[in-house]
Design a protein around this ligand. Structure first.
Ligand code: GLN
Length: 238
């Protein structure tokens, strides 16, 4: 049997309040359904980020936790090494903002430097974006191109010149109300939806795995998930 695919869930105590750890469970399950072994590491601040993983996952978190997380990640340096080595990073909400160049935080709009792995920057929006979001994945067609989730963020994110959006918004706010959602740079993906978003969108989960493994994966057919997706998409469009 080949070495397990190593998935790292980054800083659960800081970036774990929105249930985005479910993304790790989904990746593990989808590997196991294909008889590919998976090792999941949950890394907390103070522990070095492992240097041998194929996928790093970051989730949403509150403002203060987000600042601690980014400062700890900058000091650790492991995410930059991982990206240089060709690992995939999938980051949600606060995790997405952290991957950008900078974000502002608090009533005084303190500017906090991000990791600079995505050419985006985030500032406080006039209104908090809260609710179901439905987007259309860039460059994809068919039912899998529809991405569903739940957004909950005060920060509004602007794409820089070298950032490509992950998707276009059909319902909801997304990055900043400009019609774009998320950002992609090579194998680094940032996005706002919780859900967990990889549970709601198995094609996106498989895309993250395919980026990480640099191989195509056989499709998995799961009629219950297809039916749940149909219901959610119909509900958000109503
Ligand atoms: N603190 C960030 C914001 O409100 C991220 C929130 C989140 O992760 N849900 O924009």
């Amino acid at each position: 049997m080949s070495a397990p695919v190593h998935v790292v869930l980054v800083y659960q105590s800081l970036l774990g309040i929105y249930g985005d750890q479910g993304n790790a469970m989904v990746l593990r399950r989808r590997l196991e359904w294909r008889d590919i072994p998976c090792r999941l590491s949950i890394v907390e601040p103070g522990d070095p980020l492992p240097d041998d993983a194929q996928v790093y996952l970051l989730g949403g978190g509150e403002d203060g936790a987000q600042v601690t997380a980014v400062r700890t990640l900058v000091a650790d340096g492991g995410l930059h090494r991982a990206v240089d080595r060709g690992a995939a990073v999938f980051a949600v909400c606060a995790g997405y903002q952290i991957m950008g160049n900078r974000f502002t935080i608090g009533a005084d709009d303190e500017v906090v430097e991000g990791l600079g792995l995505l050419d985006v920057s985030t500032t406080r929006g006039a209104n908090r974006a809260v609710g179901e979001i439905l987007t259309r994945w860039e460059g994809r067609t068919g039912d899998d191109a529809l991405l569903t989730g739940f957004e909950n963020h005060g920060g509004h994110t602007q794409l820089g010149p070298s950032a490509k959006p992950l998707a276009r918004v059909e319902v909801g706010v997304g990055n900043c109300g400009d019609g774009t959602e998320g950002a992609v740079n090579g194998k680094v993906i940032g996005t706002y939806p919780h859900g967990p978003v990889l549970a709601r969108n198995p094609a996106l989960a498989d895309h993250v795995l395919e980026l990480a493994l640099e191989q195509e994966l056989a499709p998995l057919v799961s009629p219950e998930i297809t039916e749940l997706r149909r219901q959610r998409i119909a509900a958000v469009r109503r």
